[in-house]
Write a protein that binds this ligand. Sequence first.
Ligand code: SF4
Length: 398
Amino acid sequence: MVLATAGKHSATHAVAAVYIHIPFCERKCEYCDFVSVAGAKGQHQYVASLRAELRALGAALDGSVIDTVFCGGGTPGLLDLRLMGELMDEVRASFTLGADPEITLEINPSSSSEQRAHAWRAAGFNRVSVGVQSTHGDVLGFLGRVHDAGRALAAIAEVRAAGFANVSGDLIYAVPGLDDKRWEESLHRLVDAGPDHISCYELTVEAGTPLHRAVAAGRARVVDADSALRQHHIAVHSLESAGYEHYEVSNFARRGMRCAHNLVYWRNNHYAAAGVGAHGHLPASLAPAFALQPPPGALSFRYQHGRAIEAYVAGVARSPLTVRNLEWVDATMRAEESIMLGLRLREGVRLEGTGMAAEARALVAGGFLEVLGMQARATPRGEDVLNQLAVRLAAHCT
Ligand code: SF4
């Protein structure tokens, strides 16, 4: 077993990942708390701002080799195809890409077609993540999704036909009305469509969403935690039986098809981010490029551009590397974050110090953790209480 999570003092200065956020959607889903708006009004101006930010980021990261680019949203697949082509041209012009980069586009089934899929390939994407969410019409209706059950799986066939060799599909569980039998059915139908990678997310009710208001008014109910956990176990069993590796709490992959971009997040490595709502994490050595002065002890900084498109566009016009919502990360924070994030991975995390090792031994005795040398990973039992494990281990980060 190879375990490779960034340790407390292993602050790498390499930045090998770029996230790009496209905030436009056909309409807002009932449960959505992402930075997104209904409609694509203003997309030309928005992409112009993105390109300016990407150019400035590329100059700041001069010398870095980018191995993963992830265009997420929102619904990036909704973007005008010419604009998308120009955006990807900008990525290639601004950054030095690695020899075999993973370049992902998030799409929704409703904005997919074989012709659009060919254009996405031509723009330079080599991986597509499809927001299938469910294969049951009533569940899609409850979630407020635009597509129906047939379209959900047709999109996977379309991107395959256009030549995408790396395709992922997302599903949502713990949805009111989705019983265990139909959840298992959704998993089987998606497996039959043949994606290389599957993500299964629990429905969460976020404040400020229409779903939250419906629950508060008694018009919708939430699925209890035990049922949600049971459906997570059904996913793990079904997908492992179908030959997918359960490599992260919510993610499953065929051999060699893990999402390299998301592994950057879980391994607590650095990544650049462009666009409204996008979160970046960069080494403190890059702070001057953002007109920032790192405080003593800072190893890195996390940043975001706020949630309003107009404010983002205005901010980039003033300075393309404007940062909002800045947070400095010191060695202790970095170690805590590495534990929190890395425990989600089957490859596990590196234990730091004798206090943490002693805590890990207690968790091994309880059947929650497996330890190999100074590396630890959650057992299936530990995965059910992952946050508590992370808190107990992170308490020993100093
Ligand atoms: S498609 Fe995704 S980002 Fe857009 S509204 Fe629905 S959940 Fe939100």
